[in-house]
Design a protein around this ligand. Structure first.
Ligand SMILES: [Zn+2]
Ligand SMILES: [Zn+2]
Ligand SMILES: [Zn+2]
Length: 257
């Protein structure tokens, strides 16, 4: 049993965008209100998040998250890391919080949040990260977490595959422009493919709706969920035009896998 809660499903600027009066940014459909992309993953023995965007605190309050055993990062773009300091809420007592990231992403986290990693501040209530470099599959409780290197413009970032008891439950690819064949093979037949679908028009660093649909046809998941949407995609009209097994995620959506 693994439950995914979408903490945020928006692109880097969020939806609505500051100063924009377009139909989506002024929509009354709550699903058109998208905070920056992140997921909360719960299993009976372990709870963790993938990324901590600028609204991480508000997302935790909204979803009443009271426990976090680890944090996993996809990459160090600001829309994925700027809630880092609010992880202090989960570092009470003597506990250091395991933080998983690629060597490159960890170097960025250490640079941006030097105060957290330099070991000087051990006061109770401050964040105490325990840096864990991701260079292959690892376990969080009984969930095997496999990094999936994908192209995100010039950057290479990590998506993640979550497997329990040999069953591929979910692949999370929040930020990607293309997915190489070995990764497609690795995640083929996954129950839930969660993938970047920024907008209809092509973009240099994110998949368009068409590109995300093409990936879904190759991966053949039970169901595909779009995330990291911008204000050009309204929830209802976008979903109405998709195949039945491709849906649009929204903030607060829970998948029980
Ligand atoms: Zn992003
Ligand atoms: Zn807008
Ligand atoms: Zn990014």
């Amino acid at each position: 049993m693994l439950t995914i809660t979408f903490l945020g499903t928006g692109t880097s600027q969020g939806v609505p965008m500051i100063g924009c009066g377009c139909a989506i940014c002024t929509s009354e459909d709550p699903r058109d209100n998208r905070t920056r992309s992140s997921i909360f993953v719960e299993t009976p023995e372990c709870a963790f998040v993938v990324d901590t965007g600028p609204e991480f605190r508000a997302q935790c309050l909204r979803e009443k998250i009271a426990r976090l055993d680890a944090v996993v990062y996809t990459h160090a773009h600001t829309d994925h890391i700027m809630g880092f300091d609010d992880l202090r809420a989960f570092c009470h007592g003597a506990r250091d919080l395991p933080v998983y990231a690629s060597a490159e992403t960890m170097a960025d986290l250490r640079r941006v949040f030097t105060f957290a990693f330099n070991g000087e501040n051990r006061f109770p209530g401050y964040i105490k990260p325990d840096a864990q470099i991701v260079d292959g599959s690892f376990f969080l409780g009984e969930t095997e977490v496999t990094p999936l290197p994908v192209k995100h413009g010039r950057a290479q970032v990590n998506g993640y595959l979550f497997t329990r008891c040999g069953v591929k439950l979910a692949a999370y690819l929040s930020d990607c422009k293309s997915v190489a064949d070995p990764v497609v093979e690795r995640i083929r037949g996954v129950r839930a493919l969660i993938v970047d679908a920024l907008r209809h028009r092509e973009h240099p660093t994110h998949m368009s709706v068409g590109e995300a649909l093409a990936l879904a046809r190759k991966v053949q998941p039970q169901r595909t969920w779009f995330t990291h949407l911008c204000h050009e995609l309204g929830h209802a009209e976008t979903e109405a035009a998709l195949p039945e097994n491709v849906r649009v995620a929204f903030d607060g959506l829970k998948l029980e896998l």
